[in-house]
Structure formats: structure tokens, C-alpha cells
Write a protein that binds this ligand. Structure first.
Ligand code: SF4
Length: 278
């Protein structure tokens, strides 16, 4: 595998769109990433995702609840520990997750597929993952991204689902005619945002990601864009531009997950279906 591929993740793309300075801090500055600052929304989101993964693995709600309980009792997660609103919120979300799980009728299930989708001839590798995949029947698949936040833009969900679709096509080696329903399923609101995706859509996603990667690589100016998102930016203490922006963590609980640097640096996996993308 070439070491020259430009690595693209949804989080990296969002950072580039949100604030070029943050993008520079994270991916170009070479500085050591600051540690995550736990917030109740972040811990609840991660804990519920862990519990939903366990539920998908064993099919038993008690296993998911145990995983969630243990996670929230960790000292580092005390902001959402027992007795807090975050703790109650997490278990309420997981209860809805159990109902969602029970409503899915499938032949086989896979929790948290996570892979890299290289496109060697274009110098690109895309990290693609999803929370859950199900084979519903012959040639019929479903993928789910669980959502736990109060605010998320539809266009961001759509892009995440399109990238998740790549992970399924690659890791399960879907036939060209196989169809995929991709769902952004919000456990807080019950909203299900669905996209019906084909092999042609996966190809279009690859070309779109390539165009975005080219733009990112050509960018030479990284201006700061201070705003409410600074409240969630791990680089805020090092960013002079953010000084005038009031913190708003309590007012806004965006469904924001920051990829640890160690995950961003994961090595791309082999891609068995790449020739058709060229
Ligand atoms: S603190 Fe705000 S302005 Fe500064 S890098 Fe982060 S998001 Fe950008």
C-alpha cells in the first residue's frame, strides 16, 4: 500500500468546511492533539454507541445495558455518571435503541464496520464506517448510523451515509446490482433519514470525495472562523481568534464526535473492488 495516499475522513472533511484554522491545527500543524474534554453529550453519545454495538453482537439488551453502565461508571466519565442527567439520558436513548433493534428483521447483522477505501490511481483513501449493517434478503442490504444528538444538519447525515455505503460495498463485496438502504436513525427524536443507494451512487461518492480531497490539498490559506463551534474545539486554548467567542457548551449539544489522532493515522486496508472505480 502506498504511503502517499491522501487520507480523507468525514471528520476531516467537516473540520475543513467548519474552520480552516482548526483543520490546520489538526492535520497540518504537526502539533500533538490535545486530549478530549469530556462533555455529557460526548460521553452519552459514545456510551450509547458502545451499548448498541454490544446489542447488535449478542442480541441481548441486558448485555448492552451492562456495557453502558460500566462505561458511564468510569471515573473519567463522571460528568455523565450515575445520578446525573446524562446518565438518565443515556439509558433512555438505549431503551429506544433496543426498540429500534427489535424492529429490524434481517438474515444477518454486523456491528460497526470500519475500513479504508483506497483509490490508488487518484492518490486517495477514504475512511468509511457505519454503526450497523444488515442483510435483509437476497441483494437487499441496510446500514444504520445511530444518532443521539439534538441538532444535526441533513446534509451532514447524507454525506455520512454516503461514506458508510462505501464501507459496506467494500467490506462485504456487494454485487453491482445489490441495493442498500442507508438510514440515519436518531434515537432521541425517532427520526429516520433514509437514502436508497446503488453501485452508481457509490461511484459518484468516490468522485465527489476525490474532488473535495483535491480542493483540500490545494488550499494554502487557513483562516480562523470563530463561532459557536469553538465551544467544542480542542484547539481553543491555542487559538487567539477564539478569545472573543463565548462558550456555549451548555446551550448547544451538537452530535459532535472527534476522531482521536490515533484513529486518523490508521493504515488503509486493501480494497478488492477498486479497479471499477478507475
Ligand atoms: S477555536 Fe474556533 S476559530 Fe479557533 S481553530 Fe477552533 S474552531 Fe477555529
Amino acid at each position: 500500500m502506498s504511503g502517499q495516499l491522501f487520507r480523507l475522513t468525514f471528520t476531516k472533511l467537516r473540520s475543513f468546511e467548519r474552520c480552516r484554522k482548526q483543520y490546520w491545527f489538526r492535520y497540518l500543524s504537526g502539533r500533538e492533539w490535545p486530549p478530549d474534554v469530556p462533555t455529557p453529550a460526548l460521553i452519552v453519545g459514545k456510551g450509547v454507541h458502545r451499548a448498541m454495538k454490544t446489542l447488535c453482537e449478542t442480541g441481548r439488551p441486558e448485555d448492552g445495558a451492562s456495557e453502558l453502565d460500566t462505561y458511564l461508571r468510569m471515573p473519567i466519565h463522571e460528568c455523565a455518571g450515575p445520578g446525573t442527567d446524562g446518565h438518565r439520558d443515556a439509558f433512555a436513548l438505549f431503551e429506544r435503541g433496543c426498540e429500534a433493534h427489535a424492529s429490524i428483521e434481517s438474515e444477518a447483522s454486523w456491528p460497526e464496520l470500519d475500513t479504508w477505501v483506497p483509490w490508488e490511481s487518484r492518490g486517495l483513501s477514504i475512511r468509511a464506517r457505519m454503526d450497523r449493517a444488515d442483510r435483509l434478503g437476497p441483494g437487499q442490504w441496510q446500514i444504520v448510523d445511530w444518532k443521539t444528538g439534538r441538532y444535526e444538519l441533513d446534509e451532514h447525515i447524507d454525506t455520512q451515509l454516503d461514506i458508510s455505503h462505501l464501507a459496506l460495498r467494500v467490506s462485504k463485496r456487494l454485487a453491482a446490482q445489490d441495493n442498500v438502504t442507508a438510514i440515519g436513525w436518531n434515537l432521541r427524536t425517532g427520526e429516520r433519514r433514509e437514502r436508497r443507494l446503488t453501485r452508481a451512487d457509490a461511484r459518484a461518492t468516490m468522485f465527489r470525495m476525490h474532488g473535495l480531497a483535491e480542493r483540500m490539498q490545494k488550499t494554502v490559506e487557513f483562516e480562523a472562523t470563530p463561532g459557536p463551534g469553538c465551544a467544542f474545539c480542542e484547539w481553543r486554548p491555542q487559538c487567539a481568534a477564539a478569545a472573543a467567542v463565548p462558550l456555549a457548551i451548555d446551550a448547544l449539544e451538537w452530535d459532535e464526535f472527534v476522531e482521536p489522532a490515533s484513529e486518523v493515522e490508521d493504515q488503509p486496508a486493501e480494497f478488492d473492488d477498486g479497479s471499477a472505480m478507475s
